[in-house]
Design a binder for this molecule. Structure first.
Ligand code: MLT
Ligand code: MN
Ligand code: ZN
Length: 293
């Protein structure tokens, strides 16, 4: 299986349109690489699946040379969604020109696609296939995908009052990807590492994991806002309860952070945070990064 990071950033991208933080300024000036929003392409035996459809999908497909082989047609047979966040579903609106493909998502996420604007995905050509927790399915021949619940919350625009930020259910899933005896996990949003998750990840070849923030209070630290990572449904990389510590036992697994927020100090190549991440055996995804298992 071949995986291509179409977009390594969290919602907003790098630079983010309304942000003048050090990272966004450096990206504008070309001092650090720009990143588009959260998406991965998976290819198995000549067939392709896209994991999450970001608002940048048109440019991402173009940048990665993903286009029809013939006159018209979707370069991906399927799109699999992990939640209903804007950075993961808004790109569907750009895939509207009546080329056949299938959207696989939980019923909770498919409910969001019932909004009238998503009727641009003509049901004569685009099918919606409900997926169930812990039920494997094959979006293309040779690739088995198993969705499973990870702690998370409903999408920001669905919040009413104070949401449960570590809800287990259909609203936030991770994906286990299996092909040719190799296993990869894609978990772009996760509020906590549970014992169940650790057990699932045992002996995986590759883990692509939520790298939104380095520190829970990072938005306050960078002066960009007051919201914590936890309030956004994202666990921090650092600290005793952070992902680096919680996943430190996965030494045989290639570990790559994805869904990186523009406030994250690891985006600075010379930062102590980046050094700590790399010393712990992690990699930082970048747009166009390719991994073959
Ligand atoms: C998230 O990952 O927390 C969301 O993409 C945030 C958002 O919708 O802006
Ligand atoms: Mn997001
Ligand atoms: Zn910024």
């Amino acid at each position: 299986m071949k995986l291509t990071i179409l977009g390594a950033a969290a919602g907003g991208g790098l630079p983010q349109w309304n942000c003048g933080c050090a990272n966004c300024d450096d990206a504008r000036a070309g001092r650090i690489a720009r990143m588009t929003q959260s998406s991965v392409a998976v290819s198995v035996a000549g067939e392709r699946v896209i994991l999450n459809a970001s608002p940048d999908i048109r440019a991402q497909l173009d940048a990665c040379g993903l286009h029809p082989a013939g006159l018209r047609g979707s370069p991906a047979a399927s799109v699999v969604l992990t939640n209903g966040d804007v950075d993961h579903v808004a790109g569907l609106l750009s895939l509207r020109e009546s080329s056949p493909f299938t959207v696989h998502a939980t019923s909770a996420t498919l409910d969001i696609l019932r909004q009238p604007i998503f009727r641009v995905l003509n049901p004569d050509h685009v099918s919606q296939s409900p997926i169930a927790l812990d039920q494997p399915f094959q979006p293309v021949p040779g690739l088995t995908v198993t969705p499973f619940a990870v702690p998370g919350k409903v999408a920001l625009y669905l919040e009413e009052g104070e949401p449960d930020t570590a809800l287990m259910g259909e609203q936030t899933v991770g994906l286990k990807l299996e092909a040719d005896g190799r296993t990869a996990f894609y978990i772009p949003g996760c509020a906590a590492v549970t014992g169940d998750l650790l057990a699932r990840l045992d002996r995986a070849d590759l883990l692509m994991f939520d790298g939104t923030v380095w520190a829970n209070d990072e938005m306050a630290r960078t002066g960009t806002g007051a919201k914590t990572g936890a309030r956004m449904g994202h666990m921090a990389m650092s600290g005793p309860e952070g992902s680096i510590a919680c996943l430190a036992g996965l030494t045989g697994t290639r570990r790559v952070f994805v869904h990186i927020n523009n406030t994250n100090p690891v985006l600075q190549p010379g930062s102590p945070e980046r050094a700590e991440l790399e010393a712990a055996g992690w990699e930082l995804a970048h747009d166009g990064m390719e991994m073959t298992l």
